[in-house]
Design a protein around this ligand. Structure first.
Ligand SMILES: [Zn+2]
Length: 332
């Protein structure tokens, strides 16, 4: 299937990169063409279908693949996957600091790699069986389609500026979906390259697979920060572009309050693991029973449940205890 690049604004194009077999369906990669070089924002999985679409798109735009720079909004495999393949000796690959560290450790096909030990052990403590925890990782896109070649990142911090073509972007640290998620804001054109901070038709996954942090609180703070900006058009990492940024932010804030309330109400029946809380929450999935949900989808669902439980915990509305090596949440 040939998908032609779409010109959104002068010299700023969208390339739709297919994500075969993934519920996200497509990644939006943005290409900004300047007189000397082009900037590619996000790349697709490290798999041949994504590389073919990217190569063809750059060809259609007459971009010299030797003269590109890359900006990675965050190091999930659908955004960073091809960065190592696309970058040349002269390319700069910009990315938030923590995510650059993260991807260095994610480059592994081996489930026994120490990088995965932490999340697998945590999954078991949150209620996964040993086999389901290992199976989830084996099927996780971050495990299967991460870059396999080292990437020389140039890290960016909040407020850094990047010029590309006729645009001058400001990097905005917008943690939540990942700890060092970055958006690009162009104040003159009032456009936001949003990565996975804001999507119109689907909700970004807010998960916690570390011992520390409160990603939902971070995400809510990021949304409130973005709400204060003048934004005429959002260019998200997936699905369609949209102009009602503040409406979507309000919807997302309400959505997460509702999800937190749902998680809390499940604990009214007694203490539960995050796995059991996730099993009781409603999900926008085609499976009618939790037992039928594929293990990798359970991984995303439980991660989301943990993020909401942590948020409630920090607000003092629930607490946790340990029982036989498992983390149990209870209403106070
Ligand atoms: Zn994504």
């Amino acid at each position: 299937m040939i998908i032609l690049p779409q010109e959104i604004l002068p010299g700023l194009f969208r390339l739709e990169i297919p994500l075969p077999g993934n519920p996200l369906k497509m990644l939006n990669s943005y290409v900004i063409i300047g007189p000397e070089r082009a900037l590619v924002v996000d790349t697709g999985f490290n798999r041949p279908e994504c590389l073919a679409a990217m190569t063809q798109g750059l060809q259609e735009l007459a971009v010299d693949p030797e003269r590109i720079d890359l900006f990675i909004t965050h190091t999930h495999a659908d955004h960073v996957g091809q960065a190592g393949v696309l970058a040349t000796a002269t390319s700069r690959v910009w990315c938030g600091a923590f995510d650059a560290f993260d991807v260095d450790h994610a480059i592994s096909l081996d489930p026994s790699d120490p990088f995965w030990d932490g999340p697998i052990a945590l999954a078991r403590r949150h209620g996964f069986s040993p086999s389901e925890a290992t199976e989830s990782v084996r099927r996780h896109p971050g495990y299967r389609y991460a870059p396999r070649t080292p990437i020389a990142f140039t890290t960016v911090a909040d407020g850094d500026e990047i010029a590309a073509g006729r645009y001058r972007f400001t990097c905005l640290a917008t943690p939540g979906h990942t700890p060092w998620h970055m958006c690009l804001y162009e104040p003159r054109e009032k456009i936001l390259l949003a990565g996975d901070l804001l999507l119109r038709d689907i909700t970004p996954n807010i998960s916690l697979w570390r011992e520390e942090g409160d990603p939902l609180a971070d995400y809510i703070a990021s949304l409130k920060r973005i709400a204060a900006l003048d934004i005429a058009l959002v260019l998200p990492g997936h699905r369609r572009l949209f102009d009602d940024c503040r409406v979507r932010i309000d919807e997302m804030l309400a959505h997460h309050e509702h999800r937190a309330a749902e998680a809390a109400s499940l604990l009214a029946g007694g203490p539960l693991t995050a796995y059991d809380v996730a099993a009781g929450m409603t999900w926008d999935m085609t499976y009618s029973h939790w037992a039928d949900v594929p293990s990798v989808q359970k991984w995303f669902a439980v991660g989301e449940a943990i993020a909401h439980l942590r948020y409630l915990e920090r607000l003092g509305r629930i607490s946790r205890c340990e029982r036989q090596g498992q983390i149990i949440f209870k209403k106070d």
